[in-house]
Ligand binder design. Structure first.
Ligand SMILES: [Zn+2]
Ligand SMILES: [Zn+2]
Length: 229
């Protein structure tokens, strides 16, 4: 199978042995697509990962081989989170799941930018979902980033009538804006790129160019900074 691996300051395509179950419980999935997360870009640019690492964790995939107690079967199209919170440690109990040791130690292997990926039984039982048939693979690949946005919004404890400004209308900013709007709050957006501002307005996010002075929003209750710095 082909994998995209970090190699110095490059990403190289490398042919490696197919990942297989080898007696493990879980599934081998064929990856249809994988989103490129901002955290992948940071890991690559800042050289946080070692050579040979396979980045990518926002996969849409079809089950090719499975040994599981779940109802998933060969041929099912799924999404899955890559990390799994234990649900019991002090971090999990306080809702800070990304601090959980188990969360950090779990992953899909070797990574999303691979033709095949091993998804463990624990993933299938806790964080994998069947894909609705009426959505495209591209839409589905936003499952994990949208989940991050919704979680962030919930943690802000907004109340009825609150107004939010999203700074940076890239893919995450737009997801944030749509999430905030869907949860019933007034949302504004700003960016420097006209196409993004137009797209924001089209999606119902009242959007402005950050350089244009004189826009008075009358104050907002929350600012969300989504720009990659
Ligand atoms: Zn991500
Ligand atoms: Zn935990």
């Amino acid at each position: 199978m082909k994998t995209a691996q970090v190699s110095g300051d490059k990403i190289i395509i490398k042919e490696v042995d197919d990942v297989c179950l080898d007696g493990r419980r879980g599934a081998i999935v064929n990856v249809l697509g994988c989103g490129l997360c901002g955290s992948d870009i940071v890991k690559f640019r800042e050289k946080i990962v070692h050579d040979g690492a396979v980045l990518g964790h926002e996969i849409v995939a079809v089950i090719d081989e499975i040994d599981s107690d779940t109802s998933f079967k060969k041929g099912d199209k799924i999404v899955t989170s890559h990390h799994i919170p234990c649900g019991e440690c002090v971090y999990c109990r306080h809702g800070n799941v990304s601090m959980c040791e188990h969360f950090k130690s779990t992953n899909i292997r070797p990574g999303g930018f691979s033709e095949k990926v091993f998804v463990s039984e624990e993933h299938l039982k806790n964080v994998a979902h069947l894909v609705p048939e009426d959505m495209t693979d591209e839409e589905i690949s936003f499952y994990e980033p949208l989940g991050c946005c919704i979680r962030a919004i919930k943690r802000c404890n907004l109340i009825e009538g609150d107004k939010v400004l999203v700074i940076g209308l890239g893919s995450i900013g737009l997801l944030m804006g749509e999430g905030i709007k869907a949860m019933g709050y007034k949302v504004y957006g700003c960016d420097l790129i006209e196409e993004r501002i137009a797209l924001g307005n089209k999606l119902g996010i009242e959007s402005y160019n950050s350089l244009i002075a004189g826009v008075n929003l009358g104050g907002v209750n929350l600012g969300v900074l989504t720009q990659y710095l």
